[in-house]
Write a protein that binds this ligand. Sequence first.
Ligand SMILES: O=C(CO)[C@@H](O)[C@H](O)COP(=O)(O)O
Length: 235
Amino acid sequence: MCHGCKCLIGPSMLASDLSCMADEAKKVIAGGADYLHLDVMDGHFVPNITWGPPVIKHLRKHCPDIFFDCHMMVSNPEQWVQEIKDAGGDQYTFHLEAARDPAGLIEQIKAIGMRVGMALRPGTPIEDALPWVDSVDVVLVMTVEPGFGGQKFMADMMPKVAYLRAKCPEKDIEVDGGLGPATVDAAARAGANMIVAGSSVFNSEVPAKVIAALRRSVEKLGNGKSEEELTQLPS
Ligand SMILES: O=C(CO)[C@@H](O)[C@H](O)COP(=O)(O)O
């Protein structure tokens, strides 16, 4: 179980109305988001294209204080570190499958002053990540195939999360894909403390309620409480 990790909820902007991204961001910030998850896709590493540093830079002007978690679904993650930093990124999450030299890339990101995230596609075994886990701030376990929002949560990724949590009680573990009030309990029980949620938050009439429900699950179940203890907690 997670001992020292804070529960953090990060709405995925991919699911927002991108014609008014800044307003959408402000809405979820007001609704209690701890950070914004920004999916950068290059049409090569994944079969979709979203945005890059110019859009992040403009969003930063409208949202000066929130943490920007940049999920780099790109084939050449070494190329964008400086641009993402300059645009206002706080965390640079690269895909292990795309990194030619993970150790060098981690150093590059750290040297520039961003938090380092390492993401794993569903098909990547957790063992592949172990050599670098101690050097990164966050491990992102994808719970859908990266590329698109609105997919079904892959509960069979939870053993990866649980294995990692057992090995690294203090590490930030993030999950992303198909998360909402109906699926978050499994991720919380496995030990994830950073929850990315796109469709469930932005499709809701009241995003704040969904964010609160996600937080409630992680705060309760992520602390290793028994079902009996949970029934005694105020809702
Ligand atoms: O990285 C991705 C998809 O590649 C995610 O961040 C999705 O955007 C999450 O969206 P939902 O599954 O929550 O709708």
